[in-house]
Ligand binder design. Structure first.
Ligand code: DLL
Length: 436
């Protein structure tokens, strides 16, 4: 396999040097943090009086965690470490809960982020010969503009089409011979279900790769998309609080995502106790941003659950790898006392070949009990067969789910195109239990 680097010195630094670099940069970030009203208070309450109190990477653990609510409470400027006139970009979360989460970037922060994305993109084997169709939405969301700058830096031909308008997406893929897509896995599944309607076959497209991220998805969904489109799909992880995409990205080997540790310190903690877990154990991802001066965030609790692989990767990069996100501490469902993550359900249903490109999980009450219904779209050819075949398929999905999650789910089979479609992040779970 051909391995290319964007910044070989940093990507293959030996661990000792990498940790020395992290420590040096941690010092800078703590210095920045002391310029913000939020951290002045938070750090001094934890007994940290100055950056000199952080002398080793272990000292990081003296720093209290930061959570999303801290960002909200500090809105608009409580976490800003520079003057507004140094800020060249703002991104923000949608603010569905009221006060938005706002992220600020200086020109240097933008430069750092762009380089990290360029590094991620080159790690997947892309070159300036690629034509990149960016289907992530542009605007305050970091998915669109983040990868835009990174791919331009690599010299790729960038098509900034943004999200939605499936017919046009397909036409543009054909017109410009797009080779690389950036898209949420749920929307890429949906686009496939529309190809026939727009008189297009996969062989008319020139796709080679897709960067998939911004929402949880299972390994079976990745495999399905790779087969449907005849592409390599690379997992991409990030969050706006840590700049956006580019925190971790898969290399050509696609065996989980390199966390760019010169830019982020990764810890995995027990979400209940806050204790740092040994390598390899699943827990909550906690990140410290090392190279953003406008808004220094330290020990930020992402609520994402994953584990780290400390063993070296075949690509020669020394930066540790993060597993696929297994779920979020806030998306675990409790169904009649049994804990289940939506991603476990997805992993099972996407292993069934007759299952199509969309699904939804519904929770309701049946008397005092919870009822879990999984609505799955199946390929239309199934509806032309015997009724008995449909019943057998329903039972097969039900049994597979029962074996995996120990819950007796109700399975509904739906025709292609009948379930709600999302052009950005999908909303897979509808929980109506409290409303009844
Ligand atoms: O979704 C940034 C991004 C854009 C990442 C494009 C990748 C590609 P936020 O809107 O702040 O930022 O949402 C961040 O999305 O905490 C995860 O829960 C989830 N997420 C992001 N990437 C993945 C992934 C962007 N590859 C939140 N797998 C994160 C699973 C993901 N979940």
């Amino acid at each position: 396999m051909e391995v290319n680097y964007w910044n070989p010195d940093v990507e293959t630094l030996d661990r000792g040097q990498l940790e020395a670099l992290q420590l040096e940069r941690l010092g800078n970030i703590v210095t920045q943090a002391f310029k913000t009203p939020f951290y002045q208070k938070r750090l001094s309450r934890a007994g940290i009086k100055s950056p000199a109190n952080i002398q080793s990477l272990d000292d990081l653990r003296k720093i209290p965690f930061t959570v999303k609510d801290d960002l909200r409470q500090s809105f608009p400027k409580g976490l800003m470490a520079v003057e507004m006139d140094e800020v060249v970009r703002i991104h923000s979360s949608s603010g569905t809960t009221g006060i938005p989460t706002v992220i600020y970037y200086t020109a240097e922060d933008m430069e750092n982020w762009t380089n990290i994305l360029a590094r991620s993109i080159v790690a997947t084997g892309c070159t300036s010969k690629d034509v990149f169709q960016n289907m992530m939405s542009y605007g305050l969301f970091t998915g669109g503009l983040g990868l835009h700058y990174g791919t331009e830096r690599v010299g790729m031909t960038v098509i900034p089409i943004g999200g939605g308008n499936t017919r046009r997406q397909i036409q543009v893929m054909k017109d410009f011979k797009t080779t690389v897509l950036h898209v949420t896995p749920s929307y890429l599944l949906h686009i496939h279900s529309k190809l026939a309607e727009y008189d297009t076959t996969i062989d008319e497209l020139h796709l080679k790769k897709a960067f998939l991220g911004a929402e949880p998805y299972s390994e079976n969904t990745r495999k399905k998309l790779e087969e449907l489109y005849k592409i390599d799909a690379y997992n991409s992880y990030g969050l706006s609080e840590m700049n956006g995409p580019g925190v971790a990205f898969e290399c050509v080997y696609k065996e989980d995502m390199h966390v760019w540790e010169d830019a982020y310190i990764l810890e995995i903690i027990d979400p209940a106790t806050g204790e740092v877990l040994p390598d390899g154990e699943t827990g909550e991802v906690v990140l410290t941003n090392l190279i953003r001066s406008a808004l220094p965030l330290m020990r930020y609790r992402t609520r994402d659950l994953a584990f780290v692989h400390p063993e070296p990767c075949k690509c020669g990069r020394t930066h540790w790898r993060l597993s696929r996100i297994q779920g979020r501490t806030d998306d675990m469902l409790i169904v009649n006392g049994v804990n289940v993550f939506p991603s476990q359900i997805e992993e099972v249903i996407m292993s069934v070949p007759e299952v199509g490109t969309n699904y939804q999980i519904h929770l309701t009450k049946a008397g005092s009990l919870d009822k879990l219904t999984v609505r799955v779209e199946i390929y239309s050819k199934m509806f032309t067969g015997e009724l008995g075949e449909l019943e057998a398929l329903r039972n097969r999905i039900k049994d597979k789910l029962k074996a995996s999650i120990t819950i007796n789910a109700h399975i509904e089979l739906h025709e292609p195109g009948s379930l709600p479609v999302f052009e950005g992040k999908a909303k897979r779970v509808v929980d109506n239990r409290e409303m009844l």
